[in-house]
Design a protein around this ligand. Structure first.
Ligand code: NAD
Length: 465
């Protein structure tokens, strides 16, 4: 049954969360947050100034002294309670995600689940951070190592997973005894406050988790402040590179995950129904706004025609509409600006000479006031075309045709991004060779979006990390 997002008549104000409460900022800069399915403004977000960031850092630094000495079992118990509270409120959170991001409710629930799994992992922190001990490494000398918290850590997160990506970061950092400042995307900021409130309800002391809302002003203050020890960033590659360079120049430990262009190889022996079904979810789910979305198919030999025969009717049958209706497969884009950018890539692909098979610009849903585009498919995309090379981050899939398996490997290995990839084949030898020869971080064999679970690491290669 479809859950309906409640229609809010007042514009919510989304502020910072510092030292266990909403922090009233004197900043005069605000951002607009939209219900992407209707185009109406649903919230305004306060953009932090340097003074706000300074207060948040001081609060996190003061809290570190006590939190880092809190027994690890007590820190783990906060995570157990946090997990229960997410389960209690997950419907409400999913509605919030659907309203601000636009993803269909079932997809919103899925993203909460994947974040929840990281919280479950963090519940095991007493075992995970045990150190090592070697007895008698020299006569009368023992050696031990221990894992110690670093101090104040920062997480800067993208718009496309406003619940899950913050949950990749702060539960682990905090369970390890660090304190944390989250700077979520200004495009869908509300979930960050929900996380802060639930962590407090779970028993987290004030100051251990803080949230500053905003844009590059907040980010740059965080990256250069000497009290920050470590930075975790997830977002587009140009910003990831800026964050990595600035924060490391300022002596911080930095992990920066960037953008992607993920290829899916179809060999002639593949189960074409399976490959087409996989592509529907992987290319068009969440309107293509996923760093692990498949945006480039590589057909080998004569596999293009049988794949197209299965794929085209499935794309034409996709239901596009508001994410509040769980019968829809695909919702809107995040903003009008982003929708226009994705649309301009369809114009570009045509100009560059790719063959447009399905044109999302003409889909009936584009007549609504929300930020919709229909699913789009190009054939004959070549490596020199921008529509193939660049991350579009929307419901646009390209097909590139190559002659051999080796050509497919070469094409993928030459791409500047290397986040995820997949192959569809029934040939075990080809699958094994693909898995070992491909230079990409996460690899799927007959699995379209090879996202590891919380107890494995996640990350791409080349400009994706
Ligand atoms: P973005 O890079 O525009 O923004 C990410 C964060 O950086 C936001 O919090 C934003 O406020 C901040 N930011 C933006 N511009 C900045 C600047 N000039 N200086 C400092 N901070 C700045 O990314 P987005 O559009 O929110 O998210 C989509 C991108 O994220 C895509 O490229 C996608 O592939 C990537 N992504 C990657 C992963 C991954 O795990 N590799 C996961 C999710 C999303």
């Amino acid at each position: 049954m479809a859950e309906k997002a409640e229609s809010l008549n007042i514009i919510r104000k989304v502020s910072h969360w510092i030292n266990g409460q909403i922090h009233e900022s004197d900043s005069d800069r605000y951002g607009e947050v939209f219900d992407s399915a209707t185009g109406e403004q649903c919230a305004e977000v306060v953009m932090a100034n340097e003074a706000d960031v300074n207060i948040a850092i001081q609060s996190a630094q003061d809290a570190f002294l006590r939190w880092s000495r809190t027994p690890v079992l007590k820190r783990a118990r906060v995570m157990f309670r946090f997990k229960e509270l997410i389960e209690r409120d997950r419907k409400e959170i999913a509605v919030l995600l659907t309203q601000e991001h636009g993803k269909v409710l079932h997809d919103a629930h899925g993203s909460i689940q994947r974040g929840l799994e990281v919280v479950e992992f963090a519940c095991g922190i007493p075992h995970l951070i045990k150190g090592e001990y070697s007895d008698q490494v020299g006569t009368g000398v023992d050696t031990y190592s221990m894992r110690q918290p670093m101090g104040v850590c920062v997480g800067i997160t993208p718009f496309n997973f406003p619940a899950m990506v913050p949950l990749w970061m702060f539960p682990i950092a905090i369970a390890c005894g660090n304190t944390f400042i989250l700077k979520p995307s200004e495009k869908d900021p509300s979930c960050s406050l929900k996380w802060a409130e639930l962590m407090q309800e779970a028993g987290l002391p004030a100051g251990v988790l803080n949230v500053v809302q905003g844009d590059h002003v907040a980010v740059n203050s965080l990256l250069t402040d000497p009290r920050i020890m470590a930075v975790s960033f997830v977002g587009s590659t140009p910003v990831a590179e800026h964050v990595y360079q600035t924060a490391s120049e300022h002596g911080k430990r930095v992990q920066a995950l960037g953008g992607a262009k993920n290829h899916l190889v179809v060999l002639p022996d593949a189960d074409m129904d399976q490959a087409a079904d996989a592509l529907i979810g992987a290319a068009y789910g969440s309107a293509g706004e996923r760093c692990m979305a498949i945006s480039a198919v590589v057909t080998v030999g004569d596999s293009a025609e049988p794949l197209l025969e299965k794929l085209v009717p499935r794309i034409e049958a996709l239901k596009v509409g508001p994410g509040t209706d769980n019968n829809n497969d695909m919702g809107p884009m995040i903003t009008a600006e982003h929708r226009d950018k994705v649309r301009s890539y369809i114009d570009l692909g045509e100009e560059e000479g790719a063959t447009l098979i399905i044109d999302g610009r003409n889909h009936g849903v584009t007549k609504s006031s929300g930020y919709f585009l229909g699913p789009t498919l190009f054939d004959y995309a070549t490596p020199d075309m921008r529509v193939y090379k660049e991350e579009i981050f929307g419901p646009v899939l390209t097909i590139s045709r190559v002659d051999t398996f080796d050509d497919a490997i070469k094409l993928i290995n030459n791409h500047e991004y290397g986040n995820g990839t997949a192959i569809f084949t029934r040939d075990g030898d080809a699958a094994r060779e693909f898995a070992s020869g491909i230079q990409v971080g996460m690899v799927g064999i007959n699995v379209p979006i090879p996202v590891p679970l919380a107890f494995h690491s996640f990350g791409g290669w080349r400009r994706s990390l």
